[in-house]
Design a binder for this molecule. Structure first.
Ligand SMILES: Cc1ncc(COP(=O)(O)O)c(C=O)c1O
Length: 387
C-alpha cells in the first residue's frame, strides 16, 4: 500500500490507530487552511463581508459534487452534534410520537434525541441490535421490530462509533420511504470513508463530518436536508440570514450559513481535501486500508478472546474495526497504551461493554498493528488491565 505518512502532521513517535475520532489533516490541506486564515487576518472586513461568501459557495459546490447533492441542499456546521441538534430541535414531535434508533448510536447524538423526545413526551426507541450481527437480514429483522404506527423518524448511524460497523442505511431509507417515515442518517464517519451518494441514498436528513475521513481541519461538517423539508428547519442561531437584506437564491443557505462572526477557514479548505484525495487515488488507498483492516481481524480477536461483531466483509467493516475487550479500567487502559507504548487507540465504553477499536488510514502499515499486538500481549502478561 502507498504509505503517505510524510504527507501528515502526526507525531512520528506515536502509533496512530485512532483516525476515527478526529481524523488527521494532510499537510497541503492544512497549508490551504492557514492561507485562508492569513487572508482573513490581512483584511478581515473585505474577507468576511465579500470574499467568504464566494469561497463558501465554491466549497459547497465542490462538496455537493463529491457527495452528489445540490450545493444549496447542504450547509456547513462545525460538527455532527450541531446538525443533530438543529434537526431534533425543529422536528415536530408530538406526545406519543416515536423516534426509532438502535442501541449502538453515538452517545452525544443519542442524548440529544433523548432530550428532545422527553421534552415533547415522545418515545425514543433504542432498538437492541443483537451482536454479532449475522447478516443484513438479521439486522433488519431486529431493527424493524421497533417500528410502530407511531414511528415518525428513523435516526441511524451510517457507520457506528464504538462498534465501527457499517449499517445498511440504503435499504432502511428505502423501506422507510415506502412507509412514509422520515429518515436521518448520522454519517459522521462516512464521507471520505465510503463513496457517498446522497441522491441515491435518498435520506431526508444527513450529517457528515468532513474532519474525520475527508481529513479537513477540525470543525468542518455538513448538514444535508432534502429540499422539500428545508422550510421546516430553522437555524439554531437567528442572524442576518433571516429576512436577509440581499437574499441569495436559497433561504435555507441564508438562514443557516450566517451564524455570527466565526472562522470559516476549515469549511473553505474542503475543496483542497477533495483534491488531495483525488491526487492520491483515494479509491485505491481506501481499498488497501480495508485490506489491512481485514488481515488483522483474526489475530486481534484472538488476542482479545473476542469474536467479530458481524460478517467480515465490506458490507459491515471498512477502515474501522472494533472488538470487545475485557477490562474494568477502560480509561486507564487507554492511558497505558498511550503513555507506555505510544499507541493512540480508543478503549470505549458502550452500555455494559467495552470495545477496543483500531482505524487504518493512508499512513498506517502492518508495523503499527504489530506494535499494538505486542503491547496487548505485554499488558496481558504484566498487568490486570485486560482479563
Ligand atoms: C457516529 C458518530 N456520530 C456523531 C459524532 C459526533 O461528533 P461531534 O462530537 O464532533 O459532534 C461522532 C463522533 O465521533 C460519531 O462517531
Amino acid at each position: 500500500m502507498q504509505n503517505l505518512k510524510s504527507q501528515f502532521l502526526l507525531r512520528e513517535d506515536i502509533t496512530f490507530l485512532n483516525f476515527g475520532s478526529f481524523g488527521a489533516c494532510p499537510k497541503p490541506v492544512f497549508e490551504r487552511y492557514q492561507q485562508y486564515q492569513l487572508e482573513l487576518e490581512q483584511e478581515p472586513v473585505n474577507f468576511v463581508t465579500s470574499k467568504a461568501l464566494k469561497y463558501l459557495d465554491h466549497s459547497r459546490e465542490a462538496l455537493g459534487n463529491y457527495v452528489n447533492c445540490h450545493k444549496n441542499d447542504l450547509v456547513y456546521v462545525t460538527n455532527p452534534s450541531y446538525a443533530v441538534n438543529t434537526i431534533a430541535k425543529n422536528f415536530d414531535l408530538k406526545e406519543g410520537d416515536e423516534v426509532l434508533t438502535t442501541d449502538l448510536e453515538y452517545g452525544a447524538c443519542d442524548k440529544t434525541w433523548d432530550y428532545y423526545c422527553r421534552k415533547a413526551k415522545a418515545k425514543y426507541v433504542r432498538q437492541p441490535i443483537p451482536l454479532p450481527i449475522e447478516s443484513k437480514e438479521h439486522f433488519f429483522e431486529a431493527f424493524f421490530k421497533g417500528l410502530t404506527a407511531k414511528t415518525k423518524l428513523i435516526f441511524i448511524s451510517h457507520i457506528t462509533s464504538t462498534t465501527g460497523l457499517r449499517f445498511p442505511v440504503e435499504e432502511i431509507c428505502a423501506i422507510a420511504k415506502e412507509k412514509g417515515i422520515l429518515t436521518f442518517v448520522d454519517g459522521a464517519h462516512a464521507p471520505g470513508h465510503i463513496l457517498l451518494d446522497l441522491q441515491t441514498l435518498n435520506a431526508d436528513f444527513y450529517t457528515g463530518a468532513c474532519h474525520k475521513w475527508m481529513m479537513t481541519p477540525k470543525g468542518s461538517s455538513f448538514l444535508y436536508v432534502r429540499k422539500e423539508l428545508q422550510s421546516t428547519v430553522d437555524p439554531l442561531i437567528i442572524s442576518w440570514g433571516y429576512n436577509a437584506m440581499f437574499p441569495s437564491d436559497s433561504q435555507f443557505i441564508d438562514y443557516h450559513q450566517m451564524n455570527g462572526s466565526r472562522d470559516l477557514s476549515a469549511f473553505l479548505s474542503i475543496p483542497a481535501a477533495i483534491n488531495f484525495m483525488q491526487e492520491h487515488d483515494w479509491k485505491t488507498v481506501a481499498a488497501s486500508c480495508r485490506n489491512l483492516v481485514q488481515e488483522n481481524i483474526e489475530p486481534f480477536c484472538k488476542l482479545l478472546g473476542a469474536s467479530p461483531l458481524s460478517p467480515l466483509n465490506d458490507d459491515f467493516n471498512l477502515q474501522l474495526f472494533s472488538a470487545e475487550i475485557k477490562t474494568t479500567e477502560p480509561e486507564q487502559l487507554h492511558d497505558l497504551f498511550f503513555e507506555k507504548y505510544k499507541i493512540q487507540i480508543p478503549v470505549m465504553r458502550h452500555g455494559d461493554k467495552v470495545y477496543l477499536r483500531y482505524s487504518i488510514n493512508a499512513f498506517n502499515d502492518q508495523g503499527d498493528m504489530d506494535k499494538l499486538f505486542a503491547a496487548i500481549k505485554d499488558i496481558k502478561n504484566n498487568t490486570a488491565f485486560i482479563n
